[in-house]
Ligand binder design. Sequence first.
Ligand code: GTP
Ligand code: MG
Ligand code: ZN
Length: 336
Amino acid sequence: MRRYGKHTDEDDIRTRPGRRNTRPRTNIRPKHEDAAEGLVLTVDRGRLTCLVEDRVVMAMKARELGRKAAVVGDRVALVGDLTGKKDTLARIVRIEERTSVLRRTADDDDPFERVVVANADQLAVVTALADPEPRPRLIDRCLVAAYDGGLDPLLVLTKSDLAPPEKLLELYGDLDIPYVVTSRAELESGVAVARVREQLDGKITAFVGHSGVGKTTLVNALVPEEQRRSTGHVNAVTGRGRHTTTSALALPLSGGDGWVVDTPGVRSFGLNHVDPSRVIHAFPDLEPGTEGCPRACSHDEPDCALDAWVAEGHADPARLYSLRRLLATRERKEGD
Ligand SMILES: Nc1nc2c(ncn2[C@@H]2O[C@H](COP(=O)(O)OP(=O)(O)OP(=O)(O)O)[C@@H](O)[C@H]2O)c(=O)[nH]1
Ligand SMILES: [Mg+2]
Ligand SMILES: [Zn+2]
C-alpha cells in the first residue's frame, strides 16, 4: 500500500495578494497534527467507513471541509473517536492529495461529474463475453476515463464458459492493454483467481463494468470472507432476484498488498468531463496514425490522416469507427 503524503493545510489557508499578514493569526486553522491517517473504504449517505491502522472506523466529514467530498480510495486525516467501537463517529478533517481520479458523468450531457474512486492505480474494465452481451463502446469509454484519470487499464473478460473471447480479442488483444479471460469453472477451481491476481498485486484496482458482468463474483474470490464481512458489503436484490452492488467498496487482496474496489454496475460511462482532444489516447492502436494530421485535428474531420492510414492496413477499421463514434457523441452530445 502506498504511504500517505506529508500533512499540510496550506491549501486551505486563503491569502489575498497584497493583503498578506493582515489577517489575525488566530484565524488560521489548527493543523490537526494529531490526526490519524485513514483510507476510505465505503461511503453511504454521509457516513464513511475508514480503515485506521487495523480498525474500521465510522466517520463523517468535518464542517471545515466545506463542499469537498471524500470518496472511496481517498486518504484522509481523522480526529475524534478512532476506537472503531459501535456508535462512535470520527471526523474527517482533511482529504490528502489524490494520485489518480476516476470520474464519470451519468451521460455525456450531464455536467455533474462524480468521482468514482480516488487513488486507484489500475482500472479493471470487466466485460462479460455473454449475458450481458459485450459492448465495445462501453469498453472504449472506460478506457478513455482510465487514461484521462491517470489509471492503467486492464481488461477482464468474464463468462468464457458462455461465449468465446476471440471476437473481442480481435479488437482489444493487440492494444498493449493487459487482459485476462475467466470462466465459471476456472473461478471455482481457483485458476482464474490466480490469473487475475497476477495483475493486481501491489496495486489499487477499481473494477468497473455493466451490471451483471461478474465484478462482485471476481472481487469476492479475491478477498477473504472475514474481510468482506467486517467492512459491510452493501448489496441489494434486483427484481429478478439477483444481487447487485449499490455502492463502491474497497477491499484488501487476500495474502498480498493490494486493494480491489468493487463498484456498482453502470449502463453508460459519460465523459462530459473529458476534453475531446484527449480521447485519442485511449486508442493507442490509432495514435501513431495521427502524426500526419493537421494541427489541432479533431480526428473527426475531412483532413484527418487516420482514414488513409487505416486504409493502408495499419489498424482495424472497426477501431476507427469506434473512435469517430465516440468523438461524435462527445461533440453533438447525442448520448451513445
Ligand atoms: N456463467 C458464468 N456466470 C458468471 C460468471 N461470473 C459471474 N457469473 C454470474 O453472473 C451474475 C452476476 O454476477 P455479479 O458478480 O453479481 O455481477 P456484478 O458485475 O457485480 O453486477 P452488479 O453488482 O449489478 O454491477 C451472477 O449470477 C454470477 O454468478 C462466469 O464466469 N460464468
Ligand atoms: Mg456487483
Ligand atoms: Zn486526425
